[in-house]
Structures are given as structure tokens and as C-alpha cells.
Design a protein around this ligand. Structure first.
Ligand SMILES: Nc1ncnc2c1ncn2[C@@H]1O[C@H](COP(=O)(O)OP(=O)(O)OP(=O)(O)O)[C@@H](O)[C@H]1O
Ligand SMILES: [Mg+2]
Length: 338
């Protein structure tokens, strides 16, 4: 990407509606991250839009290399975007100095890595690990000890208070790591495949700890996962494809408190009006290069290009089953959040 193309992206971003994402806790606005490795340019994020409200527990899924960790690292203040806007709890991450980034990392976000060994200091006990960020934030000894104990209790690992990480199971280490990440009451908890190294039963207990943190402390949680069991346990699942948000699955509550509501998959319509059609739909209908759009009163019909510009108009009523089209109705793009 050239400098002028980047400028164009920045101008595009500035042109967007001023109130877009207003009131949301996390707002990514046409986020771009380009890596240059050995002279080769990799566009890890290609204009990603994302809005997450305070209090949500959201799962992020996507193929390997789709940009999930790149996004998490930017939200965590560990990396900076190449272009585009990113705001978390009122902090503009694209405009931060190194010093501001450090205090942001200490106070606003908590981060949990996939590698259990990376989350805890090996020579400190569970309790000391949780106390460390509190100490760095200037919390007093008594208050520190009390908060650390309470967090270990909440996450179901009080027995790990006096143990070093090598005396804990992988799942226990991750639950202590969640306590460490929560110590300074961050607004957002970010977890990049926190259950990736664990068996399914242990993974469920770690994910349960994230749910507990979300429910009991109100912290907003964004968790990257490959685990279909985890994605079935959250209300909102966002899929990333080629560095952009492509689809969202929202689980609507059943209304009987059972939590078994039906899940509906939505395509994401970005701010520029772009939409990714799922590969399985376009392939099945032989759609490529271009499609024809037919506006209807309540939806838009998407038709494969059959190479015949004259005649062959799609039937006016496009509702008969078996029509070679993808149908888009307004309800398909409702946010669905309560
Ligand atoms: N530091 C880096 N230097 C160069 N390229 C990078 C760097 N980090 C990531 N990439 C590239 O950016 C793209 C996105 O990588 P990213 O790690 O965000 O993917 P991911 O969705 O987290 O994948 P996975 O599921 O395997 O963890 C990939 O093509 C990757 O090779
Ligand atoms: Mg990753």
C-alpha cells in the first residue's frame, strides 16, 4: 500500500459519521495494520470495523492468519495501527504516546495469553502474582491482599494462593491469570485463545471463569477462540475474514431463562456499505467478479451475472424457493442488541 493510499484511507475514516460508535466501549473504525517482513507487505487488518458495548461478552473467531491476534494486540495497547481509528473506554489508541500506552495497559485493559507460562511470573505464588499489578498501581498492602484473595475466590482458585505456577494445573494457571488481569479493575478483559492449550473440560472451567468475571464484575470481555463449544456459550460471535469483520452470530434469548435461544448469523454491513457474501453461498450460485442487485420493497436480491445484459431480468417476485439468488432483508442487519 502506498503513502497516498494510506492517506486516502485516513480521509475516508475522517469522513465517516461523527456519531458512529458513540457510547460504545470499543470502536474500531476502518482499522488497518500492515506488517513489512523481509520486504513483503502483509495486510493483517484491512479496514476492520467493530463496535462493542460495555458489559458485553463477545467471542472472536476466524481462520488462522485472519488477523485476530493483530486486533487483540492493538486493543491491548501492545501494537499500534497503521491507519484507521481505534478507541477503547474513551482512549484514542492511534494517538497515544509510549508513556500513555503503558498506563493504558496497566489501568484500562487486562490481557490473557494462550501460553499459560506467559501469564504468570514463575517464582511468585498465585496471590503474589495477583498482588503485583496492584502494587505497581500504588495500592496499600492490606487492600492489596484483600482484593487478591477475593479475586482468587471469585474465579474458583483460592487454593492456588500459596502455590507457584509450576504447582498449578494449566486451567488453574489460566484462572489465576484472569485474576491478575482483573486486579486493577480494567474496563476490558482481552483473552487471545486462553483455552487453546487446554483439554475441553478444563477449557470449559476457564471459560466459565471469564463468564463469572463478566457477570459479577461487569467487565467487558473479548475472547478469541477456535473452540465451537465456547462460541456456543456466548450471545455474540464475530467472525473475522481477511482482516475484516465478515459475519456476526447473535444468540437471541429464548425468553424462558433457559439461555437456549436460537442463533442467527448476520453478514456485517460496514460503514462504506460493503458486505462479504459467504463463500459457500457465492460458490453454490457461481457468483464471481460481479453480481446484480435488485432492490425490492423489503429486501435486496443478489443475482449471479449470467453475462446477458439485455433481457433475462429476474422475476419480480423473487420469493419462490430455488431462485439463484441471495436474499437480503432489512431485519438481517438489525443489531439485535438489547
Ligand atoms: N509481527 C509480524 N510481522 C509480519 N507479519 C505478521 C506479524 N504478525 C502477524 N503477521 C501476519 O499477519 C496476518 C495476521 O496474523 P494474526 O496473528 O493476527 O492471525 P490470527 O488470526 O491471530 O491467526 P491464528 O489463529 O493462527 O493465531 C498473518 O498473515 C500473519 O502472518
Ligand atoms: Mg492468533
Amino acid at each position: 500500500m502506498t503513502a497516498s493510499e494510506l492517506d486516502a484511507l485516513r480521509v475516508d475514516a475522517a469522513r465517516g459519521h461523527a456519531d458512529w460508535g458513540a457510547g460504545a466501549l470499543i470502536v474500531c473504525d476502518r482499522l488497518v495494520r500492515i506488517y513489512i517482513a523481509e520486504g513483503i507487505e502483509v495486510q493483517a487488518l484491512q479496514g476492520l470495523d467493530l463496535v462493542v458495548d460495555a458489559g458485553e461478552l463477545t467471542a472472536l473467531v476466524g481462520a488462522s492468519g485472519s488477523g485476530k491476534s493483530t486486533l487483540m494486540n492493538i486493543l491491548a495497547g501492545l501494537d499500534a495501527p497503521t491507519a484507521g481509528g481505534v478507541r477503547v473506554a474513551g482512549h484514542d489508541l492511534a494517538a497515544m504516546t509510549a508513556r500513555q500506552r503503558l498506563s493504558y495497559r496497566r489501568a484500562v485493559v487486562g490481557f490473557i495469553w494462550q501460553q499459560t507460562a506467559r501469564n504468570l511470573l514463575p517464582y511468585l505464588t498465585g496471590l503474589q502474582n495477583v498482588e503485583l499489578p496492584l502494587r505497581l498501581a500504588g495500592s496499600r498492602r492490606g487492600a492489596r491482599r484483600q482484593r487478591s484473595g477475593e479475586l482468587l475466590d471469585l474465579l474458583g482458585v483460592p487454593h492456588c494462593a500459596g502455590r507457584r505456577p509450576d504447582q498449578m494445573s494449566g486451567g488453574e494457571q489460566q484462572r489465576v491469570a484472569i485474576a491478575v488481569a482483573l486486579a486493577n479493575s480494567p474496563a476490558v478483559l482481552l483473552a487471545d485463545e486462553p483455552t487453546g492449550e487446554l483439554d475441553s473440560v478444563t477449557a470449559e472451567s476457564v471459560f466459565g471463569a471469564l463468564q463469572t468475571a463478566n457477570r459479577e464484575l461487569g467487565v467487558t470481555v473479548l475472547v478469541v477462540t477456535h473452540d465451537p463449544a465456547v462460541s456456543s456459550m456466548v450471545r455474540r460471535v464475530i467472525a473475522i475474514r481477511d482482516g475484516r469483520t465478515s459475519t456476526e452470530t447473535l444468540r437471541h434469548s429464548a425468553g424462558d431463562g433457559s439461555g437456549d435461544g436460537h442463533a442467527v448469523e448476520y453478514a456485517v454491513l460496514d460503514r462504506a456499505g460493503r458486505l462479504q457474501l459467504p463463500l459457500e453461498m457465492t460458490e453454490a450460485l457461481g457468483m464471481r467478479d460481479r453480481v446484480r442487485l435488485e432492490p425490492e420493497p423489503d429486501h435486496i436480491g443478489v443475482w449471479p451475472d449470467r453475462g446477458a445484459p439485455s433481457g433475462g431480468d429476474p422475476p419480480l417476485s423473487a420469493d419462490s424457493p430455488g431462485d439463484p439468488r441471495t436474499s437480503i432483508r432489512p431485519g438481517d442487519f438489525e443489531d439485535g442488541s438489547e
